[in-house]
Design a protein around this ligand. Structure first.
Ligand code: FAD
Length: 405
């Protein structure tokens, strides 16, 4: 049986940032990742010729202070690149037509009479206990919300965000101070996956890919983690950074109440389809993304903010259970290309939390059940889906466990 002081399950940004904290405190950390690659939702697809695009998370800001701290400490400060002009152009797709917009022009899409009638009342209603739809419909009117804001908000968490809580745990937008010494939004020459790779390269961190955790049980003053290959690993401090559903499964036998609290988190599956296309084949003006008012996908994210002379790439984030043929047909229709133009197509299915009103209560209950346990629990189902929210949770969990000694 292997013995490791800290074992992390899952190598998404939550698991890696937890491992980073523990490794920084001098602990030897083992990270187990079920898939053959690290990063989870941070998925920079790379081709043999070095071209890359983001099939998962794509946009990070200088308000992601914790992410920046990690990037700088991992030696990546010189590799942070400002996103190019295409970042400020995006499309709103309705009835087969794309309206090309810039941030100020989005405001022109609003019906101002409707907004004027709603705003003065909505502004005083506050955010507490309200959904995104209730709050913003109160500000700009229900019609404006449905036609303009809702499609854009769906592009942020890659799902309809109308029923998300507008404030507190699980909310989309959080006020964070910007670090003006860094570009407002940025990437890296090989994609955001470079940050995950740099963390995994820490001398105190060992990552094993292709190894899933199967069960976790308390034994004496520690835990025994069993892998899907039947190996038993003994650890004093396990941290589960898998998806909420996997976390609930892993804890079901030994911590049934904790598991049940986690299982109460709402969820949605997103199916991403990406490909690169030769630049001269694609009609679409350079843009950051396109969002539809109503379609089988939530958003199309491009690599145009990091332009390449020969290639462009598009990651479509589809609703659950759209067949492969239908996806390809929709992609080709919008890009006006034939299936043969979609080079190195890639697909990824992701299970995401879908926070609803009451999410804060679920998180509070999970934390109450965790109290007193030397077991770390982190992920995108606590503070929010944003990468920065995941890191914030991991840091807080590491501090809690450190304080327990
Ligand atoms: C398409 C898309 C676009 C996004 N865009 C952005 C964006 O632009 N900006 C932003 O801030 N956020 C964005 N997000 C959200 C953000 O990327 C995610 O919420 C965050 O990366 C989740 O990290 P995580 O580590 O909590 O979970 P995950 O990334 O899901 O990682 C969990 C990991 O655990 C592994 N695992 C699961 N079960 C086991 C097991 N039993 N044993 C071992 N390993 C296991 C999984 O394989 C996975 O690698 C986006 C998300 C998606 C899906």
């Amino acid at each position: 049986m292997g013995v490791h002081e800290v074992v992390v399950v899952g190598s998404g940004i939550s698991g890696l940032s937890f491992a980073w904290c523990a490794a920084g405190a001098g602990k030897k950390v083992l990270v187990l990742e079920r898939r053959e690659r690290i990063g989870g939702c941070v998925y920079s697809r790379r081709s043999d010729d070095g071209y890359w695009y983001e099939l998962g998370a794509h946009t990070v800001y200088n308000s992601y202070s914790r992410l920046l701290d990690i990037a700088v400490a991992a030696g990546l400060a010189d590799r942070l690149v400002r996103r190019g002009p295409a970042r400020a152009r995006f499309g709103l797709l309705k009835d087969g037509r794309v309206d090309w917009l810039t941030p100020p022009r989005v405001l022109l899409k609003l019906n101002w009479l409707e907004a004027a009638l709603c705003g003065p009342v909505g502004i005083f209603r506050g955010k507490e206990g309200r959904t995104v739809e209730e709050y913003y419909s109160g500000l700009v009117g229900r019609g404006n919300f449905r036609r303009v804001l809702s499609p854009f908000f769906a592009a942020v968490p890659s799902q309809r965000a109308d029923a998300f809580p507008v404030s507190g745990p699980g909310s989309l937008f959080k006020k964070r101070p910007r670090r003006e010494e860094f570009p407002r939004s940025f990437g890296l020459p090989g994609g955001l996956g470079e940050i995950c790779a740099a963390v995994a390269a820490h001398e105190n961190i060992e990552v094993r890919t292709g190894v899933g955790a199967e069960s976790l049980r308390p034994v004496g003053s520690g835990f025994i983690l069993r892998t899907d290959g039947g190996e038993e690993i003994e650890t004093r401090v396990p941290a589960i950074a898998a998806t909420h559903r996997e976390a609930a499964r892993l804890l079901r036998d030994s911590f049934p109440e904790l598991s049940a609290s986690i299982a109460a988190v709402g969820e949605v599956a997103v199916e991403s389809f990406g490909a690169r296309v030769r630049r001269d084949r694609c009609w679409m003006p350079e843009c950051a993304f396109v969002v539809p008012v109503d379609d089988v996908f939530y958003s199309v994210v491009t690599r145009d903010p990091f332009p390449d002379p020969h290639w462009r790439a598009f990651a479509f984030h589809f609703r659950d259970r759209v067949g492969r043929e239908e996806k390809i047909a929709r992609v080709c229709d919008l890009l006006r290309v034939s299936p043969g133009d979609l080079e190195e197509p890639a697909e990824e299915r992701t299970l995401l939390p879908a926070p609803r009103i009451g999410h804060a209560g679920i998180v509070a209950e999970i934390d109450r059940r965790l109290e007193g346990l030397r077991l770390g629990l982190t992920g995108n189902y606590f503070q929010g889906l944003a990468i920065e929210d995941c890191i914030a949770r991991s840091e807080a969990e590491w501090e809690r466990l450190k304080a327990r000694g």
